[in-house]
Design a protein around this ligand. Sequence first.
Ligand SMILES: Nc1ncnc2c1ncn2[C@@H]1O[C@H](COP(=O)(O)OP(=O)(O)OP(=O)(O)O)[C@@H](O)[C@H]1O
Ligand SMILES: [Mg+2]
Length: 239
Amino acid sequence: MTVAETLLDVRDLEAGYGKKTVLHGVSFRVGEGEIVALLGHNGAGKSTTLKTLLGLLPARAGSVRFAGREWANGDPAANVKRGLALVPQGRGVFPDLSVAENLMLGAYTQSDRAGALQHMGEILDLFPILAERSTQRVGTMSGGQQQMVAVGTALMQRPRLMRMDEPSLGLAPVLVQRVLETAVEINRRFGTAIVLVEQNIKTALGMASRAYVMKSGRIVLEKPAAELLAAQDSWWELY
Ligand SMILES: Nc1ncnc2c1ncn2[C@@H]1O[C@H](COP(=O)(O)OP(=O)(O)OP(=O)(O)O)[C@@H](O)[C@H]1O
Ligand SMILES: [Mg+2]
């Protein structure tokens, strides 16, 4: 296996809420076009890691390099412009806006509106159900469809790296499969690297090339996904 060039390089990241430190020196890397799974039990610090990477939560220490540049600590808009995107846990769509309006909001940092409309067409190709319902208010759609809108909106930013925080949360198994297959399709079609936080460990490991396991705000294991998948029962209970 050739090692892809590093797109995201996270070193010794420390962050928290108020006086509480949640991340105690998190380090990991993601290659260009790579899918990496970030696993761990509830409260391990996965969402906090993703939020800090986007800039929603300022890091107190550590460094992050993205596409060869230092990232903008605590500045989500600047990071989105540089090609980092987040699909938040719990969907994060605008329920009163239509599918198309939600998607176009994802392109708010781009001045090329014609280009954004064309890109929306490409994204709707990925989600036929959204194409059929582009004028429907998102609040009236099913959970799975709303999740697709959230993924589509993140893609509108033309990210080089997409962080997905439990995209399957609350979805029926068949939809989980669908959302995650779409993520793989996105990765193949647009070359978008993905950091995937997912409770469906087997599915996540089936998609990813490598995985990191977090516990209590630290990375405690890094392995090729296939290796973890083959021996899942023997390591998961340890963490
Ligand atoms: N807004 C917040 N204010 C204070 N503490 C928080 C906040 N968000 C998360 N925490 C705390 O930070 C720790 C890590 O939470 P985080 O949401 O990063 O975990 P997670 O790995 O994403 O868990 P889950 O699998 O349940 O989503 C937990 O102890 C949690 O209570
Ligand atoms: Mg979380």
